[in-house]
Design a binder for this molecule. Structure first.
Ligand code: SAM
Length: 312
């Protein structure tokens, strides 16, 4: 039996809808963390490990990252490796939104070295406990895991050089707010380097309303155009969305036959509709000669404000 996310007609509805999505997402990733903590691959997170092995999880960390902590690899639920899309320099500060078991935090921590720092932010207590256990086992000293949501990041403005994330922003019920928060915490000139699921054509509305698909990283995915528009509206420039690999419901580990039959949707409608993508952007501006952030907007055109896309 499918469970629908209620539509939001006003602010109170929208808050209720957001709370309901957060709770469904939190429950799913708490379960994934418990499975990984027990020594198995993290079962169902974005997709389900065995069915979606080519799309989500540890397959993105094949050779180069063999030295990553084993517990973090087991818990890996991402859709690409965001460390592959950004150059990190020694001493930089990085924030990973929705850090899960910590795989990308640990890889970035190695790259920024002892003079740098990597924050992992997650709202699920079980994931934070798993990440901290993995951190202790791997003796990583330049990383810190923070409890909180990516809609309300517990870090000061202009405090990080790079915001990265792996297959998490699609899970947010309020992506505009997430992107505004990413912009706020970045220093002028800071980089946004994210792997995420996007849609290549509209997905049937009845499917997008299924809460199990939302928490599986599919139902809340933005189209490429909506992603670009939301980043621009948050103030970012240099926006690039690079599609890596497209797939349908079944390859993404969803119970495709059951869902499509229950909703009366033809399988052809969702063939190849989802894709993993790298999303890059920059917070405009640069540091002044004395190291203080330059005023954003002083030498940059005001961010354009395209018509707001319709979905979260
Ligand atoms: C698909 S998993 C990805 C984990 C990790 N990035 C990886 O690649 O393995 C999503 C993670 O994001 C966290 N998460 C989901 N929504 C969040 C939100 N709004 N704020 C903070 N964390 C969130 C979940 O608790 C979960 O750990």
């Amino acid at each position: 039996m499918t469970t629908e996310i209620p539509a939001s007609a006003d602010a109170a509805d929208a808050a209720g809808r957001a709370a309901r999505i957060h709770e469904a997402v939190r429950r799913r990733y708490a379960e994934a963390a418990r499975t990984a903590a027990g020594g198995a691959d993290a079962a169902c997170g974005c997709g389900c490990a065995e069915e979606a092995v080519a799309v989500f999880g540890r397959s993105h960390y094949a050779d180069g990252e063999a030295a990553a902590p084993a517990g973090a690899l087991r818990a890996s639920l991402g859709c690409a490796n965001p460390n592959a899309l950004v150059d990190l320099a020694a001493g930089e500060v990085v924030l990973d939104l929705g850090s899960g078991g910590g795989i990308d935090v640990f890889l970035a921590a190695r790259r920024v070295g002892p003079a740098g720092k990597v924050y992992g932010l997650d709202m699920t207590d079980e994931m934070l406990a798993l990440a901290r256990r993995n951190q202790a086992e791997a003796a990583v000293t330049n990383a810190e895991f923070l409890r909180g949501t990516m809609e309300d990041v517990p870090l000061p403005a202009g405090s990080v050089d790079v915001v990265m994330s792996n297959c998490v922003i699609n899970l947010s019920p309020d992506k505009d707010r997430v992107l505004r928060e990413a912009f706020r915490v970045l220093r002028p000139g800071g980089r946004f380097a994210v792997a995420d699921v996007v849609t290549l054509r509209p997905i049937p509305a009845a499917l997008a309303r299924q809460i199990e698909l939302w928490s599986a990283c599919l139902g809340g995915a933005l189209s490429v155009d909506h992603y670009r528009a939301k980043l621009a509206a948050a103030g970012f420039t240099g926006i690039e969305v690079e599609v890596l690999h497209s797939y349908g419901l079944a390859e993404a580990g969803a119970d495709a036959d059951r869902l499509l039959a229950e909703l009366g949707i033809d399988a052809a409608e969702v063939e190849g509709v989802f894709a993993s993508a790298f999303v890059r952007a920059t917070r405009p501006g640069s540091e002044t000669a004395d190291g203080a952030p330059a005023q954003v907007g002083a030498s940059e055109p005001a961010p354009s404000a395209p018509a707001p896309p319709s979905r979260g």
